[in-house]
Design a protein around this ligand. Structure first.
Ligand code: SIN
Ligand code: CO
Length: 388
């Protein structure tokens, strides 16, 4: 059984009102007596996997100041590193560690489509990634050792980085607050708040629960690409009402209005935007972690659940849904499932948790529509049977 720790000393409602996207918050002992589910040995092993996204940043003692190396890293890589001033960063550790995936559920008071992943850092004394800013909200959970955080108070609006380094370091950093975080403490930072975290101990581990907020260029790039696949290629400008004009060089206002309308009518389509958005925000950037589905029939699925097999959600499957008057659009890693509104309690159950809904599962087995959906989700690799 995986030990589930609970976020404490924290009021999500108050947090959303006063701090989320507004100002930093130190949550002292957010996880009292925190037990780190991903100690250094396990983290270093993940960093050795070619499918993991791992980086090492050496402030000093590398080939140059602020050297950035990319994984995978072997045991030998770490043996050859200096005794201080380096950090290992591993992205998406919740995909590799079930307990971290469960911990991520404590942050589901924020919509899942806004959640990116957990990044875990391991540092030796003095290890740090420099004074920088991130474009996203982050909860920095101290897991082992202590880290000193120096932070600014106001978001920095302009990008102004030191040139010539492989890591983005702020040219100007004037911290206004300093905190020393111990295991179980959490520091929340809104986007673009300057911060600098320095490891005070040799085994300093921090889990960063990071969020995503799509930037307009990303939104337009993906939406317009999506649209290009769906649009009728024969829709074209036409002007049967063309009138004689002496100004053959002029693009007249009527022609311009037609173009504006053609674009507006075909791009600004709320129904299409909503469904594209569901697909867009549930896309998974870790395609290497997606699981192959298991071909299963409805009766096999029922039998395996009845015999007590655990059905788990793949941590790499991102779920979200859109509710409409008569339908639900359920999204899993960019795939769309159109369901009747009567299935709302099931969709809520499926998306709410990774494994806890297992308790409710046997009760639902008589509901055919539920089983049919589960079969689809198992075949697509979003759910899988596990013996843990
Ligand atoms: C770290 O854990 O060392 C860095 C995390 C961050 O500053 O975003
Ligand atoms: Co940061």
């Amino acid at each position: 059984m995986i030990f589930k720790q609970t976020l404490s000393n924290f009021d999500p409602k108050k947090f959303l009102k006063l701090y989320w996207q507004k100002k930093p918050l130190l949550i002292k002992q957010g996880y009292p007596a925190f037990r780190n589910p991903l100690p250094a040995k396990k983290l270093l092993a993940i960093a050795g996997n070619p499918t993991a996204e791992a980086r090492v940043i050496l402030e000093k003692g590398g080939e140059r100041a602020w050297e950035l190396r990319h994984g995978p890293f072997t045991k030998n890589t770490f043996k050859r590193l200096p005794s201080s001033h380096w950090t290992l960063l591993v992205q998406g550790t919740n995909h590799w560690n079930k307990a971290l995936q469960l911990l991520l559920e404590d942050f589901y008071f924020i919509p899942q489509w806004r959640i990116e992943d957990i990044m875990t850092s391991f540092a030796v004394r003095g290890g740090n990634v420099g004074a920088h800013l991130d474009n996203y909200d982050v909860f920095l959970l101290q897991a082992e050792g202590r880290r000193e955080w120096r932070i600014g108070t106001k978001p920095i609006l302009e990008d102004d980085f030191l040139p010539d380094y492989e890591v983005k370091l702020l040219k100007h950093f004037a911290p206004t607050k300093t905190f020393i975080l111990e295991p179980g403490d959490i520091l929340y930072l809104p986007p673009r708040i300057a911060h600098h975290g320095i490891a005070l101990d040799d085994n300093c581990i921090t889990h960063s629960v990071g969020f995503r907020a799509p930037a307009l260029p990303e939104i337009l790039d993906d939406y317009l690409t999506h649209l290009m696949c769906a649009i009728d290629p024969n829709l074209r400008y036409a002007d049967p009402e063309l009138m004689l004009s002496k100004e053959s060089g002029l693009i007249n206002p009527k022609a311009l209005n037609k173009i504006i309308q053609l674009i507006q009518k075909n791009i600004n389509n709320p129904a299409q935007i909503k469904r594209w958005f569901g697909q867009f925000v549930t896309q998974n950037k870790y395609s290497q972690l997606l699981q192959a589905g298991e071909e299963i029939t409805l009766s096999e699925l029922k039998e395996r659940i009845n015999t007590g097999e655990q059905l788990l959600k793949n941590a790499a499957s991102r779920f979200s849904y859109i509710k409409e008057a008569k339908k639900i659009f359920l999204y899993a890693n960019g795939e769309e499932y159109i369901l009747p509104l009567s299935m709302l309690p099931i969709v809520q159950l499926i998306t709410a948790k990774t494994a806890v809904w297992q308790k409710e599962l046997p009760k639902m087995l008589s509901y055919k529509k539920f089983l049919e959906l589960l079969v689809e989700l198992v075949c697509a690799g979003h759910f899988y049977f596990s013996d843990v």
